[in-house]
Design a protein around this ligand. Sequence first.
Ligand code: I3P
Length: 128
Amino acid sequence: SSPDSDGCTPELEKAGLLNKTKIAEGGKKLRKNWSPSWVVLVGNSLVFFKDPKSQTPSSWRPGNSRPESSVDLRGAQVLWANELSSKKNVFKLRTVTGNEFLLQSETESLIKEWYNTIKNVIDRLDRE
Ligand code: I3P
């Protein structure tokens, strides 16, 4: 049987490098500070890692890494937000607690994949 046949370890759905900035905390606007972030979608959470060079999909496993922060996707929203940045390929992620992030990639296909994958998780959680 697989190592996770009991279903207790959240499934790693996606991981990759995106540009990220937080733009609001609890509804309060923050000054942008774009930086590359290693982003991991696992279970109901989007987890951000500070040092992309030390993280790869194969090296990542739950409990064996130092996330910078993580976002609960339950009740969250994603919206394309090219009007919120001079950069292209930008979407906004807003949590129930009023934290807002912009995520961006120079590669359109890549950001579309992330948008769709996160949207699917949010929609799945909305139906629970
Ligand atoms: C910001 C910085 C950001 C830019 C932001 C600027 O200036 O240039 O990259 O966001 O634009 O205010 P500073 O470094 O002085 O804080 P984008 O790259 O997303 O355009 P904004 O104020 O129009 O959001």
